[in-house]
Design a protein around this ligand. Structure first.
Ligand code: IPM
Ligand code: MG
Length: 367
């Protein structure tokens, strides 16, 4: 009998729904050949949920996620909701609570620059020649994002705003294990990024990384300050394989990686909680890019980040490594064949510009 999995599908705003449709086509192809059944529960999130229900993360959406094996997420936000108070804006009011609620502390952001797409990178050709593949492991439920906050009017008329950067050692230990395991499965090199010359959190971070390293003697651990790391990622992206860092640093560096690869529309991400007994994870899988409101609804967005997010879902949440790798290989085949959505089209010989649907169909075809 075919195994059935429940997946919460949260397309969100902007290009979310149109790229999600392509990812679901790819999932349908997997289920048609792989003897699995995917049962979807499609739910509102972000601006779409604010418009329909007055809340970016309605209780029904959370309940549907709780009843699922994984969450496939599109993207949230857009100009329509930018005037709302910061705490009610779709990005903050949907994503942060969902990460916290499900304990999704480990954020994997693979930044892959395909050899065929190096000309989309703003970095000098000799630096990115042949492409590169860096994995950012970002701690996702601690640090400045979730520490105590307050804003105060001071007696002298000045205003004070405080965000506390808080980490417990146990939170660093668990992300360290995720990062060391990821490094072990790749080139056995891990770079820990911190600001231990200034920040106390980072002193604890570095000590803890060193301590956990003794359990992974086959992985070579190095440390770098975040300001230097921001520079080295641009100067030598091919030298860095896996890096691990705290929440805010990871937010910033992962966007930098998106820029260096030259194609945010290609980058997927996985946000994972504690592993289940069988080694799979409950998780949320989403493109690293945003809602791209300027091109939403035009049928020209790149669906690959969403399709690759579905591949990560199969790998991490459902333990379907073979199928995940097949999707990744299909994406490579399509890129090699020369198909390009507008974001990665440079007019190079042998390439052809296509829309969202045609790109999705091509990946299904290559599977
Ligand atoms: C990200 C985003 C979010 C973050 C925002 C939308 C809250 O930038 O996932 O990187 O800062 O984590
Ligand atoms: Mg970000």
């Amino acid at each position: 009998m075919a195994k059935a999995y429940k997946i919460a599908v949260l397309p969100g705003d902007g290009i979310g729904p149109e790229v999600m449709a392509e990812a679901l086509k790819v999932m349908a192809k997997i289920s048609s050949t792989g003897g699995v059944i995917f049962e979807y529960s499609e739910q509102l999130v972000g601006g779409a949920a604010i418009d329909a229900k007055g809340k970016a993360l309605p209780a029904e959406t959370v309940a549907a996620c709780e009843a699922s094996d994984a969450i496939l997420f599109g993207s949230v936000g857009g100009p329509k909701w930018e005037k709302l108070p910061p705490d009610e804006q779709p990005e903050r009011a949907a994503l942060l609570p969902i990460r916290k609620h499900f304990g999704l502390f480990a954020n994997l952001r693979p930044a892959i620059c395909y050899p065929e797409l190096t000309s989309s990178s703003p970095v000098r050709p000799d630096i990115v020649a042949g492409g590169f593949d860096v994995l950012c492991v970002r701690e996702l439920t601690g640090g400045l994002y979730f520490g105590p906050k307050r804003t105060e009017n001071l007696p002298d008329g000045d205003v004070l705003a405080v965000d506390e950067m808080v980490y417990k050692k146990s939170e660093i230990v668990r992300i360290a294990h995720v990062a060391f395991k990821a490094a072990r499965a790749r080139k056995k090199k891990l770079l820990s990024v911190d600001k231990a010359n200034v920040v106390r959190n980072s002193v604890l971070w570095r000590e803890t990384m060193k301590e956990i390293a003794t359990q992974y003697p086959d992985v070579e651990l190095a440390h770098m300050y975040v300001d230097n790391a921001a520079m080295q990622l641009i100067k030598m992206p091919r030298e860095i394989d896996v890096f691990v860092t705290e929440n805010l640093f990871g937010d910033i560096l992962s966007d930098e990686m998106g820029a260096i690869t030259g194609s945010l529309g290609m980058l997927a991400s996985a946000s994972l909680g504690k592993p289940r007994a069988d080694g799979t994870y409950f998780g949320l899988f989403e493109p690293s890019g945003g809602t791209a409101p300027d091109i939403a609804g035009k049928g020209i967005a790149n669906p690959i980040a969403q399709i690759l997010s579905a591949a990560l879902l199969l790998r991490f949440a459902l333990g379907m490594e073979k199928e995940a790798a097949a999707i990744e290989a299909a994406v490579r085949t399509v890129i090699e064949s020369g198909l390009r959505t507008g974001d990665i089209f440079t007019g190079a010989a042998g390439t052809r510009k296509v829309g969202t649907r045609e790109m999705g169909d091509a990946v299904v075809g290559a599977l």
